[in-house]
Design a protein around this ligand. Structure first.
Ligand code: DQA
Length: 144
C-alpha cells in the first residue's frame, strides 16, 4: 500500500530552524528514515512538503484517491486551517496527525488543533520519532 507523508510550512527548514525545539535532523534525513521504515512495513512512501495551505489541500484530496493512509505534520496550519480540517474529513483513508514537538507543552496557541478532531489520532513530542510512530500506527490500522 501507499502512504503519503505530508509536511506543512517551515518544515523545509528543519535542521537549521530552532534546533533546540525541533532537533538537528533535516527533513531529507527524516524522509530517508520514512523510506527505510516504510520498506519494513510494506509501504510505498510518497513524502512531500509545502509552505502553501492550498497545495496541502490538493495533496490530501489526491491521497484520498491514490493512497491508503496519510501521516500529516500540518505545521502551524494545524492550529488554524479549517480548509485542512475539511480536506481530511472529505477523504476516506486514515490520517494520523503528528508533530515533532509536544504542542501541549508549548504556547497556548499551539494547544488548539483544527486537524486533530478529524484525524484518527495525534502523535507529538517525539522529534523525528513522531514520524516513525505515525507510520507504525498506519500499519496497524491498514493491516499492513
Ligand atoms: C510543528 C508544531 C507547530 O506548532 C509548528 O508551527 C511547526 C512544527 C512540529 O512538528 O512540532 O511548524 O508542527
Amino acid at each position: 500500500s501507499t502512504v503519503y507523508v505530508l509536511n506543512g510550512p517551515n518544515l523545509n527548514a528543519l535542521g537549521k530552524r530552532e534546533p533546540g525545539i525541533y532537533g538537528g535532523k533535516t527533513l531529507d534525513a527524516i524522509e530517508a528514515d520514512c523510506h527505510n521504515l516504510g520498506e519494513t512495513l510494506g509501504f510505498k512512501i510518497d513524502f512531500r512538503q509545502s509552505n502553501h495551505e492550498g497545495v496541502l489541500v490538493d495533496w490530501l484530496q489526491e491521497a484520498g484517491d491514490k493512497a491508503n493512509g496519510v501521516a500529516l505534520n500540518p505545521g502551524a496550519y494545524g492550529h488554524t486551517s479549517i480548509a485542512l480540517h475539511d480536506a481530511i474529513r472529505s477523504i476516506d483513508i486514515p490520517v494520523v496527525e503528528l508533530h515533532l514537538s509536544n504542542i501541549h507543552a508549548r504556547e497556548a496557541f499551539r494547544h488548539v488543533s483544527m486537524t486533530a478532531p478529524v484525524s484518527k489520532g495525534v502523535i507529538c513530542g517525539f522529534g523525528p520519532g513522531s514520524y516513525m510512530l505515525a507510520l507504525r500506527a498506519l500499519a496497524d490500522m491498514t493491516g499492513k
